[in-house]
Design a protein around this ligand. Structure first.
Ligand code: ADP
Ligand code: MG
Length: 456
């Protein structure tokens, strides 16, 4: 389309177009929070509340954006993004026609006391260490905590065991309680929810329970929704509660060990869970694991030299196990009055190190995942072409192989039919590139997540 108006007007036109082509809730969740920060004839700068919004915009509307906005030499929409700090609330373009969250009255408050929920005092945003694999999900959680009922609803967090889902869920609860004292936060595991229903049926107080959930809760945090699978009667009760709350624009956050589509729940329930934002929490990369380990060690007053921390983090990927390892090291080192060095760690954690599956990620899995994210063929990645389209993804595969596979560079090189110095060169090249190329960083994160999801 010929540019006949300023990029700012073009943006407004794009929004009108997008509004007609998406659901209202997707529009409000994703596009409304975007603001035009500045524009010139050949570029527009958009302010987004977090990187998710940028990703959503580019992955869903890139082609359409080129019809409305200035285009770069590469044929891409010419947009710069600035991410607005989380603590400043972005003003939405359109004020959602939602009633604001209702404050409970005294009678309801009294009833609520019977269903008091517990938040773990240690699970806070401040103690959740951020890295490439979890920064999206953390920023989504902060977004929800800052604007309950207004950002993404529901927020659905999924990922493997021990990767911080419960930690983030409780962090949202703490944050809302601290910043929004009048909102009633109910945090509950799915099992406890089921037990409450069973108990209240037995004591003939089910109506009271229903009333409580449907009118005395402003924010519902539900942990481990996978336990609702194959519990049809409870699913129905949950589904009714869910819909009542969401229709009143009350915030719901759900955690699960699988994405909604893989849960054995009714289609309706799955669709509801996908309404808002579905965010995956992956295995943190090695640097983040080291940072988590050092942080937790410090909290315990434990000194761990960095080479030792690196060794532990290299071998243990699950954060809960990492904490277990730390507890054991702490106890043993006190008991034996020994300092924590490499030998001590190898001895104390030998069995844990053994537990870690070293052969789960293969070069083939990495190649497949890189090929699908970068839209190239696996055979091209294995080949010798030096065109940029293939050479960069190939280097990404090498970079990830070094990061994810517990083998020497020589062995990794051999799997690619290259020498170890080629692998090293590729790693350096990618490290340099990602520091300035955000798109590439996002693509690499996607490959990591992709591989992660394929792991048993
Ligand atoms: P999940 O619910 O996903 O199984 P949890 O939230 O229970 O995992 O996390 C397991 C343990 O690991 C908790 O003690 C939590 O504090 C810790 N943990 C997980 N991720 C992080 C992180 N990014 N920073 C700090 N601690 C973390
Ligand atoms: Mg959990």
């Amino acid at each position: 389309m010929q540019q006949t108006c300023s990029p700012c007007e073009a943006w407004t036109q794009f929004l009108e177009f997008a509004k007609a082509h998406t659901s209202l809730s997707a529009f409000h969740n994703w596009l409304s929070p975007i603001q035009v920060a500045s524009f010139t004839d050949d570029k527009i700068v958009l302010k987004v509340p977090n990187i998710f919004v940028k990703e959503y915009l580019l992955s869903n509307f890139k082609k359409e954006l080129t019809n409305f906005l200035p285009i770069s030499e590469e044929g891409e929409p010419s947009i710069d993004f600035v991410i607005e700090k989380q603590d400043r609330k972005p003003k939405p373009f359109f004020v959602a026609p939602s009633p604001s969250i209702r404050i409970v009255d005294t009678k309801e408050e009294q009833e609520a006391a019977a269903f008091e929920s517990q938040l773990n005092g240690n699970y806070r945003f401040q103690t959740f260490i951020e890295g490439g694999s979890n920064q999206f999900v953390k920023s989504a959680a902060i977004g929800v905590a800052n604007r309950p009922g207004d950002a993404y609803n529901p927020l659905f967090l999924h990922g493997g065991v021990g990767l911080g889902k419960t930690h983030l869920l409780h962090s949202i609860g703490h944050h809302i309680r601290e910043h929004n004292k009048r909102l009633r936060v109910q945090c509950i595991t799915t099992e406890a929810f089921i037990n409450q229903i069973v108990d209240s049926l037995r004591s003939k107080s089910i109506d009271k329970l229903k009333r409580y959930y449907r009118s005395s809760v402003d924010v519902l945090l539900v942990d481990d929704i996978q336990f609702l699978q194959n519990r049809i009667n409870f699913e129905e009760e949950f589904s009714n509660t869910f819909e009542t709350l969401i229709n009143q624009h009350k915030q719901i956050v759900i955690t699960s060990d699988k994405p909604p589509t893989q849960l054995k729940l009714s289609e309706r329930m799955v669709a509801r869970m996908e309404w808002g934002l579905v965010a995956h929490i992956g295995v943190p990369d090695i640097e983040t694991r080291v940072a988590i380990l050092q942080f937790k060690a410090e909290q315990k007053g434990l000194q761990i030299p960095s080479n030792v921390a690196f060794r532990i983090a290299e071998m243990i990927h699950n954060i809960r196990q990492l904490e277990g390892a730390l507890n054991r090291l702490s106890a043993h080192s006190r008991l034996m009055n020994a300092s924590i060095n490499e030998d001590f760690v190898e001895q104390t954690l030998r069995d844990l190190f053994h537990l870690v599956p070293k052969d789960k990620i293969t070069v083939d899995a990495i190649l497949k995942s890189v090929a699908s994210v970068f839209q190239v063929r696996v055979n091209d990645l294995k080949g010798h072409s030096r065109t940029k389209d293939v050479a960069i993804p190939r280097q990404v595969a090498m970079f990830l192989a070094k990061e994810l596979i517990n083998e020497s560079l020589v062995m990794i090189g051999a799997s690619f039919g290259k020498t170890h110095s080629t692998i090293l060169h590729a790693c350096k090249a990618i490290e340099t590139k990602v520091s300035s190329d955000e798109m590439l960083r996002r693509q690499i994160d996607m490959v990591r997540r992709n591989i992660d999801m394929q792991r048993p």
